[in-house]
Design a binder for this molecule. Structure first.
Ligand code: NAD
Length: 478
């Protein structure tokens, strides 16, 4: 089995205590790689390296153009290693290889986009009547800790560490313990690209009482950017508060998908399938609550069931597979399957789906569950959607907003006024109209309620990863 170590201060190293963990392929249910498993000592030395690189090294001082060049060199190397990166994510979490390839392409785009965005950004100037002139200078914030989840291993890691780097910060990334490999490969490529030592560090290990908490509690850290569960977000938020540092939290979701009678049904069915069965519903943005207007409910459900059953289920390494016969881990499979018990369904009926082979749940549609059922209230993070009919626009909005989450929602309608009206009233960080998952990296991304705090993307990432400084100059002494 290949070994993947931490990357600290520009060198790949084992854990100080020699600890390792097996990296399990959830489809074969066998270990396929050996990973360094860190402790607080490894987290501390990674933060110390990042601190040194920030305080004394060239990265924050080299200027935007040079950083842009180095980041594009990293992107070029990632392109050259795209197959290896995609297969790493597929073996780590069982994602169909075609989707992993898409994620890698998007990760490379994250690198190129933020490299260019930082280079092209401007700051404001404020001419003053008093004979003074003021301007804002965006200084890098310092050492950023990025903690990422397992569902889009490389894509979500790059979404966090790349803007931090582009703005001149140094970084310690802790990828999820179930999906560590693509992070180490990328950090190796950063060394090859010529990143100075200590600029981009990766530490592997677990979250609570381990590497994760050690990173978030370290007083030498200036920013924490986290994507993961809402419960973990609350713990990390407390750690950040103890050190009085800003934290950006991208958390869980329970996305509502509203399909009105005037929708283009083929389009709505297509996205209803994609939004919950892509990556087996292990997506924060999943459309896990489907609300369909009563006049088309029966026809929609018939088409939806056929489309869900037509998905090609199989080995995630096979390019023909559309839906993986493996959830990300045994632990996650145990959680997801628990939502199929009678108590969680609370009278709901399984229209299609149920348990699959190995650690898998098939594409599952549930109907007739009451609004209080666990399957409607809780984030399942698996391929299980609950469908409910509605009568009026107001009722649809009320149902969609009846959640403690607020990451995203979808609206399917051909009525322009209704599209704007409903989008305006939905309590969510992103609303998609007649589509899903489309992103412009300049747009704000984040959630309301228990779906998160803060926004990332374009200038929103800049706000988070920099300290704006006002410089006021006397121009005219007269
Ligand atoms: P998780 O919260 O269990 O773990 C995420 C990361 O945090 C991992 O790297 C983990 O090791 C680390 N961690 C756990 N406890 C920690 C602690 N006490 N201190 C520091 N680090 C700790 O989440 P997960 O199961 O990996 O991911 C799934 C969750 O992520 C879902 O709730 C999903 O909705 C959410 N998510 C949100 C977004 C978004 O953009 N809003 C995107 C993807 C996933």
């Amino acid at each position: 089995m290949d070994f993947y170590g931490h990357i600290i201060d520009g060198v790949e190293v084992p854990s100080l205590d020699g600890g390792t963990m097996d990296d399990i392929d959830p489809y074969t249910r066998q270990p396929w790689a050996s990973i360094a498993s860190g402790t607080k000592a490894d987290a501390d030395r990674a933060v110390a390296a990042a601190r040194r690189a920030f305080d004394e090294g060239p990265w924050p001082r080299m200027g935007f153009e040079k950083r842009q060049q180095l980041m594009h060199r990293l992107a070029d190397l990632m392109e050259a290693h795209a197959d290896e990166l995609a297969m790493a994510d597929t073996r780590d979490m069982g994602k169909p290889i075609t989707q992993s390839r898409h994620d890698v392409a998007r990760s490379i785009w994250n690198v190129r986009f933020f490299a260019d965005h930082a280079r092209m950004s401007m700051s404001e100037a404020y001419p003053m009547d008093s004979g003074h002139h003021a301007y804002a200078q965006m200084d890098p914030a310092g050492v950023a800790v990025a903690i990422s989840p397992w569902n889009f291993p490389l894509m979500l890691a790059t979404w966090k560490f790349v803007p931090a780097l582009a703005w001149g910060n140094t970084v310690v990334l802790k990828p999820a313990e179930d999906t560590p490999v693509s992070a180490t490969i990328t950090a190796r490529l950063a060394i090859e690209a010529g990143f100075p030592p200590g600029v981009f560090n990766v530490v592997h290990g677990y979250g609570p009482d381990s590497v994760g908490s050690a990173l978030t509690e370290n007083p030498d850290v200036d920013r924490i950017t986290f994507t993961g569960e809402s419960g973990t977000g609350k713990v990390i938020s407390r750690a950040a508060a103890a050190n009085l540092i800003p934290v950006s939290l991208e958390l869980g979701g329970k996305g509502a998908n509203l399909v009105f009678e005037d929708a283009d049904l083929d389009n709505a069915v297509h996205w209803a399938v994609e939004s919950i069965f892509r990556n087996a519903g292990q997506v924060c943005l999943a459309g896990s609550r489907l609300y369909v207007q009563r006049g088309i409910y029966e026809e929609f459900m018939l088409r939806y069931k056929h489309a869900a059953e037509a998905l090609v289920v199989g080995d995630p390494k096979d390019p023909a597979t559309q839906f993986s016969a493996a959830l990300a881990s045994e632990q996650h499979f145990t959680k997801v399957r628990s939502y199929l018990d009678e108590q969680s369904l609370a009278g709901g009926r399984v229209v299609t789906g149920g348990l699959g082979d190995g650690w898998s749940v098939r594409p599952t549609i549930i109907a007739d569950a009451p609004a209080t059922a666990r399957v409607i209230k809780e984030e399942i993070f698996g391929p299980i959607v609950v469908a409910t009919p509605f009568d009026t626009e107001d009722e649809a909005i009320a149902l969609a907003n009846d959640t403690r989450y607020g990451l995203n929602a979808m609206v399917f309608t051909e009525n322009l006024s209704r599209a704007h009206r409903v989008a305006g009233k939905l309590r969510a960080g992103t609303v998609w109209v007649n589509c899903f998952f489309i992103r412009d990296l300049r747009a704000p991304f984040g959630g309301v309620g228990e779906s998160g705090v803060g926004r990332e993307g374009g200038n929103f990432s800049r706000e988070f990863f920099t300290e704006p400084k006002a410089v006021v100059m006397q121009i005219d002494r007269g």
